[in-house]
Ligand binder design. Structure first.
Ligand code: ARG
Length: 460
């Protein structure tokens, strides 16, 4: 048991059960590099404005770096009675540099200190996630480039709808993950605001220079209101919301990989190195990675819900409830980073089966819309054309045939405007390449989208 910074006011020692209950050290110890960097900047600022001397600052800074090395090497002793990382480092500093350590906490509170550490942690984590997303987007663009001639059925309601290029499908995910990266970039702007100097909640009587601290810590902005600076966690909520949306995209991609690798679809095969087997059924090869990503999505949603619920109705300013912000934050960062890393490695190893995809796209009347469009091209209003094509489909179904297997005579029974050139219109390549509307699946469009994405990634 250690002496407490609040000893003066208290007649009794803290009960050990209280120390165990209130301690967060096992969670927040990972903030230590930020806590030390923040304290170093705080010391330098205090010296600059003359609250402590340059010598005192130098001694404190030197001691803080020594503690950083100790923590880096894993030699540091943690103890529940010291509650959190902030008190651990301050207590160790007292042992390292003596009583000058008692000046470190001048013009500062743990309330603004933890807000600072969390913001520094999150801006690094967000930067890494944006980098990871850039790599993932690069993988998707490379896959699209590789699969520019692979045609598969596009689905609505999970029913075969119209043929699309596999490249177009990959590029759809490129778009989703690009928006995710933008969302993280946007939340980063509001995370990157320096709260230190708010002190407990009201600011401080010392002549501190918060803009100097911000400069030392590479923050482009300083929190404008001391109460908001210690009470606000909406920067974490924004991150968790962006992470949740990003996980929705991971989950949808994963779901498709699971479906596509099933015996019913057989569109792809996952590499052995990225699959698992069964302990009982020797034939099994299971898509556990995409399944787990799908499952982990729920964790991240839970992290967002946990923090929303935690923050709801808290009165200003700091409340101890807020210590519970870190488990969901760390969990979401780690989960998302893990999903990113494994997906980046797994996607390029997927074996695509173009013949199976093509065969699926050829069966099930995916060219019915194109029959209608053909009729429209010969002056039939679209609604009538839709009805004629529908009757052709019903006829073909009854014959057990596809539209393109009907004879010209059979088709002409439904419309006199049909001629032999229709059959060209109903081939997969024609269907794909006529969809030249901006954003459509025509090969030219997709090639242009790939080129634009490649250029954008190179510039980011
Ligand atoms: N461990 C605390 C947290 O994570 C640090 C701030 C404590 N402040 C206080 N007034 N008890 O929120």
């Amino acid at each position: 048991m250690s002496e407490k910074p609040w000893d003066g006011r208290f007649a009794e020692r803290t009960d050990t059960s209280v120390e165990a209950f209130t301690s967060s050290i096992q969670i927040d110890k990972r903030l230590y590099p930020y806590d030390i960097e923040g304290s170093v900047a705080h010391c330098r600022m205090l010296a600059k404005v003359g609250v402590i001397t340059e010598d005192e600052s130098a001694a404190l800074v030197e001691g803080l770096w020594r503690i950083q090395r100790e923590l880096d090497q894993g030699h540091f002793q943690f103890d529940d009675s010291l509650e959190d990382i902030h008190m651990h480092i301050e207590a160790r500093l007292l042992q390292e540099v003596g009583k000058v350590a008692r000046k470190l906490h001048t013009a500062r509170s743990r309330n603004d200190q933890v807000a600072l550490d969390t913001r520094m942690f999150l801006r690094d984590a967000t930067g890494r996630i944006i980098e990871g997303l850039r790599a993932l987007r690069g993988v998707l663009v490379a896959l699209a480039d590789r699969h520019l001639d692979v045609i598969l059925p596009g689905y609505t309601h999970l029913q075969r709808a119209q043929p699309v290029l596999l490249a177009h499908h990959w590029m759809a995910y490129y778009e989703m993950f690009t928006r995710d990266a933008e969302r993280f970039g946007d939340s980063l702007k509001r995370t990157n605001v320096m709260p230190l100097g708010a002190a407990a909640l009201a600011g401080t009587t010392y002549p501190i220079d918060r803009h100097y601290t911000a400069e030392l810590l590479h923050f482009p902005a300083v929190a404008a209101n001391s109460m908001d600076a210690v009470a606000d966690r909406d920067f974490i909520l924004e991150f968790l919301a962006a992470a949740s949306i990003c996980m929705v995209h991971f989950s949808r991609l994963s779901e498709e990989l699971v479906i596509w690798s099933s015996s019913e679809f057989r569109f792809i095969e996952l590499a052995d190195a990225f699959s698992t087997g069964s302990s009982i059924m020797p034939q099994k090869k299971n898509p556990d990675i995409p399944e787990l990503i799908r499952g982990k999505t729920g964790r991240v949603f839970g992290d967002l819900m946990a923090l929303l619920t935690l923050m709801k109705s808290l009165p200003l300013a700091y409340n101890r409830d807020m210590q519970e912000d870190k488990p969901p934050l760390f969990d979401a960062v780690d989960t998302l980073q893990g999903c990113l890393d494994i997906t980046i490695k797994m996607l390029p190893t997927i074996k695509v089966k173009p013949d199976v995809m093509r065969q699926s796209a050829s069966v099930g009347f995916l060219n019915a819309t194109d029959l209608a469009d053909y009729l429209v091209g010969r002056g039939v209003p679209f609604r009538n054309a839709h009805s004629i094509a529908g009757r052709c489909v019903a006829h073909a179904l009854a014959q057990g045939k596809e539209l393109h297997h009907l004879t010209l005579q059979e088709l002409q029974n439904f419309s006199k405007v049909i001629e032999a050139d229709l059959f060209d219109h109903l081939t997969l390549e024609h269907m794909i390449n006529r969809r030249q509307s901006y954003g459509g699946t025509a090969t030219e469009n997709v090639r242009a989208a790939i080129a634009a994405a490649g250029k954008r990634l190179a510039e980011e």
